[in-house]
Write a protein that binds this ligand. Structure first.
Ligand code: GLN
Length: 533
């Protein structure tokens, strides 16, 4: 087994997760079985309780784990099947250790960061490898070198390297080489300093991934190699990709990163054959058509809050040979205004998931617009609940229809708490999470779009459609197109008299891949195109 650890220096947001995922793509295309893992040094047990403002999207795995959005990159860039064990936080590590301590497993001993915390961290790498079996494990360490929280992880890697043999470990450090306009120069000092920080802990990176706006000339590369103590060919330039993040594996291949790493790890494999990937990138970069799609949500200003949705739209666009211009609309802006002003130029409307009351009325207005203007509508999770409320209010005349999430004493609670949520008091990992099956009704649009009657999708919600309203709403043209196998939970809804209106209680965005777009997104973009032409 070989191990690659990805660390980050200078600043956050350098795209460490993407770099790790793109390396995973390359190694997988060299015929290697790759395991991807992320260490997050924060003390939350998982990101499930953090606000999107803090953390961006919470990515849900099929086993129901709420994880860091980098795991989304891992699943999209590789064939890895990820589980709870692929995202380790300090919170989890300490939770385990404290439970052991209370049980008496350490009886008589002082429990310390070294060796107890570091042993637990090393154990998490080895257990994963036993469970998932592969040739290479790529482990990304969240945060930036120098963070106090990160130290136990780096110390664990230092020990691990000695235990498994240094020839089996590569440390890849992602760093920033900033361009200083006033000097007209690229500066290597921040990288030197962040690597000095790593060396203090006893880690010497083997490869430097240098994020930079300008090309690294030979002189800069030589300087980085000398001061950071790596061979010249291990200084890898990563300029901002021009068009799409999916170019990154090709950029890294061009810089021969995979050759360098395979040589260091003595992995003998043929070169990566990236034609399928290149074709996908080509379709993203130069599509035949373009269209505008609105995403109406409340975290519109955050780059990362709807990451998987934006990626899924890109995949679906590529499959339809169509570039997607996403119009990000803050639902609070629509509230109380004519939605036409905002939505007139778009070919379709997507309402994503969300929590809390803020902006809900704007989403309802957007959904109504899609229904009345016969524009394709895709509702995801809260986006489905919105569709139910909108239809109940504006078609069925239930003026006060609402979700009890927003109005606990709603007279018509068309959306209410899942039965088994009523007694739930704790907030962490307590929603309906992970993969659950859905049965699709014959003759529905959903059946056509999926080409299947049985599907499995990932969930993350507490509230559900109230089946007491089913008869009334179906009589008016609302269709519960998919339910849980016992028929009790509505999973998919559509409208009888609308060209393309589909909304689901689950999150299809977690299953879309570059060359395997999710049927709902693909169908949605197909319908938008049909509408446009
Ligand atoms: N807030 C809603 C619920 O908990 C929707 C959740 C979501 O969109 N992920 O059911």
């Amino acid at each position: 087994m070989k191990y690659i650890f990805v660390t980050g220096g200078v600043v956050s947001s350098l795209g460490k997760g993407l770099a790790a995922a793109a390396l995973g793509t390359l190694l997988q295309h060299r015929g290697l079985k790759v395991i991807m893992q992320k260490f997050d040094p924060y003390l939350n047990v998982d990101p499930g309780t953090m606000s999107p403002f803090q953390h961006g999207e919470v990515y849900v795995l099929s086993d129901g784990a709420e994880t860091d959005l980098d795991l989304g990159h891992y699943e999209r860039f590789t064939d890895c099947v990820l589980s709870r064990a692929n995202n380790v936080t300090s919170g989890q590590v300490y939770e385990t250790i404290l439970a052991k301590e209370r049980r008496g497993d350490y009886l008589g001993k002082t429990v310390q960061v070294i060796p107890h915390v570091t042993d637990e961290i090393k154990g998490r790498i080895q257990r994963l490898e036993k469970e998932q079996g592969g040739d290479v494990t790529i482990t990304e360490i969240g945060g930036t070198t120098g963070d106090i929280e990160g130290l136990p992880f780096l110390e664990a890697i230092r020990q691990f390297q000695l235990e498994v043999g240094p020839e089996n470990v590569v440390i890849m450090h992602v760093t920033l080489v900033p361009y200083i306009k006033a000097a007209g120069e690229l500066k290597t000092k921040p990288s030197q300093q962040s690597i000095a920080k790593l060396r203090e802990i006893g880690l010497q990176p083997h490869v430097l991934l240098c994020r930079t706006e300008k090309p690294l000339d030979l002189e800069v590369r030589q300087k980085l190699a000398l001061f950071c103590n790596v061979p010249l060919h291990a200084v890898v330039e990563v300029r901002d990709v021009d068009h799409t993040i999916y170019e990154l594996p090709l950029t890294l291949q061009h810089e021969r990163l995979d050759d360098t790493i395979c040589r260091l790890l003595r992995l003998e494999t043929p070169p990566a054959e990236m034609n399928d990937w290149r074709r996908f990138v080509q379709r993203v970069i130069s599509p035949k058509k373009r269209l505008k799609v609105a995403v109406v949500g409340k975290y519109i200003d955050l780059q990362d809050a709807y990451k998987s949705i934006y990626e899924s739209l890109t995949h679906a666009g590529a499959a339809n040979d169509c570039g997607i211009d996403i119009l990000r609309i803050d639902s609070e802006d629509i509230q109380g205004h004519d939605p036409h002003k905002f939505l007139e130029p778009v070919a379709g409307i997507l309402v994503p998931g969300g929590f809390g009351e803020r902006g809900v009325e704007g989403k309802i207005a957007a959904c109504r617009y899609a229904r009345e203007q016969r524009l394709p509508y895709l509702g995801l999770c809260l986006g489905m609940q919105i569709a139910c409320i909108e239809f109940a209010r504006n078609v069925c005349g239930l003026k006060h229809a609402n979700s009890t999430e927003f109005d606990e004493s709603a007279t018509d609670p068309v959306i209410c708490l899942l039965e088994n949520q009523r007694e739930v008091r704790k907030k962490g990992a307590s929603m309906r999470l992970g993969s659950w099956p859905t049965h699709i009704m014959p003759g529905t649009l959903a059946e056509k779009v999926y080409g299947a009657r049985q599907i499995t999708e990932r969930h993350r919600h507490r509230y559900e459609y109230n089946m007491k309203y089913r008869e009334l709403m179906e009589a008016k043209g609302f269709v519960i197109a998919g339910t849980s196998p016992d028929g009790r939970l509505a999973e998919l809804v559509e409208l009888r008299d609308h060209p393309w209106f589909l909304a689901c209680q689950y999150h299809p965005e977690f299953l879309s891949k570059p060359n395997l777009p999710h049927p709902l997104f693909r169908g949605f973009i197909g319908a938008c195109l049909a509408n446009y032409e």
